[in-house]
Design a protein around this ligand. Structure first.
Ligand SMILES: [Zn+2]
Length: 336
């Protein structure tokens, strides 16, 4: 519908009335929604003054910047708004931005295309998303929540207003990924490939955690004051993949830093799980290593398991660990 508006109405603007160029679907909205009518007319007026080349550029930019998957894969480059007629950009940019917030609420759109909320619910149910598909742990609202999480405009509207209503560009992710980390950053700015959220196949990314053995005591105790805060060099987080898409994902969403934070926050309770299972009077586990393995095996698929597993593996490989844990706990673990 919007493609028709751009290609057949605005880019064919001439001395005829704007309304005469609308198809039935657009005409219905035009009659129904004063805001839409006013905007369509105003943009039509600007388009009338464009040269043939400028109209062609508008058409191309609109088509191009909606090819989300190819833009993410970097098989095509985005077209910058700065290459288009300035007067045109001034009117279309706010139009597309507002269109996203407005048009999904219009009855005619809901009747023909369905509800945004239904789409969100089906998308999440089909994929089994409870947690954010981007960071793997952030809260994502579900059918059992009041309201729903906001869709992220993966290519931000600020830079790519033409794809504001393109559902290939609308991703349900957590608030931290969406607003706190990504915000309005131009994700294509670096010119490198980025993950396309709706790709059929995503590679498996394994997280590795490497702890600094010199600060073992600090790692197994809760942080009591700001001066003894764990640093990123003491718990190093990395990925098995080092390709452009993984690097971009890390850069855009600050993933490694956030994963470091999660490990630092949970490190003591994760070790406590190992302690507890080792001290369980009914346990058949005879070594501390076996207790580590048991927790790793049981929890690897649970919430934050993708971080807990590599952290515990890194701790387990440390021969001084048992001694240090023993000193801190004040009772002998090994002699039990
Ligand atoms: Zn997230």
């Amino acid at each position: 519908m919007i493609e028709y508006l751009v290609n057949e109405v605005w880019c064919k603007a001439d001395n005829k009335q704007c309304k005469s160029k609308l198809n039935n679907e657009l005409k219905a909205l035009y009659e129904d929604q004063p805001w839409f009518q006013e905007q369509v007319k105003a943009i039509y007026k600007v388009c009338k003054s464009l040269t043939i080349q400028e109209k062609e550029d508008f058409k191309t930019a609109f088509a191009h910047n909606n090819r989300i998957e190819e833009l993410c894969d970097r098989t095509i480059a985005p077209i910058a708004l700065s290459t288009l007629n300035k007067a045109l950009v001034k009117v279309v940019k706010p139009f597309f931005k507002k269109l996203y917030t407005n048009f999904l609420g219009w009855k005619a759109i809901r009747d023909s295309y369905g509800e945004k909320k239904t789409y969100y619910d089906e998308l999440n149910l089909n994929n089994g998303f409870i947690h954010c598909p981007c960071c793997g742990y952030g809260d994502l609202k579900t059918i059992y929540s009041k309201g729903r999480s906001a869709f992220d405009h993966y290519l931000p509207q600020k830079h790519y207003p033409f794809s504001s209503t393109n559902f290939n560009n609308l991703v349900p992710i957590c608030t931290t990924c969406n607003s706190d980390e990504k915000g309005e950053v131009d994700v294509l700015k670096e010119g490198k490939p980025i993950y396309y959220p709706f790709a059929k196949n995503h590679p498996n990314i394994d997280v590795s955690v490497d702890v600094d053995r010199k600060v073992l005591k600090k790692l197994i105790e809760p942080t009591n004051d700001l001066k003894s805060k764990i640093t990123k060099s003491e718990i190093k987080v990395d990925f098995n993949l080092q390709d452009d898409k993984t690097k971009s994902w890390n850069r855009i969403f600050d993933i490694k830093t956030r994963y470091f934070g999660k490990v630092a926050d949970n490190r003591v309770s994760w070790l406590d799980d190992v302690r507890q299972i080792y001290r369980d009077p009914d346990t058949t586990l005879t070594t501390y290593e076996a207790a580590f393995d048991k927790v790793i095996e049981t929890d690897s698929n649970k919430y934050l398991g993708f971080l807990k597993t590599p952290y515990l593996k890194s701790m387990k490989s440390n021969s001084h660990l048992i001694k240090a844990m023993d000193e801190v706990s004040g009772s002998s673990i090994i002699s039990n």
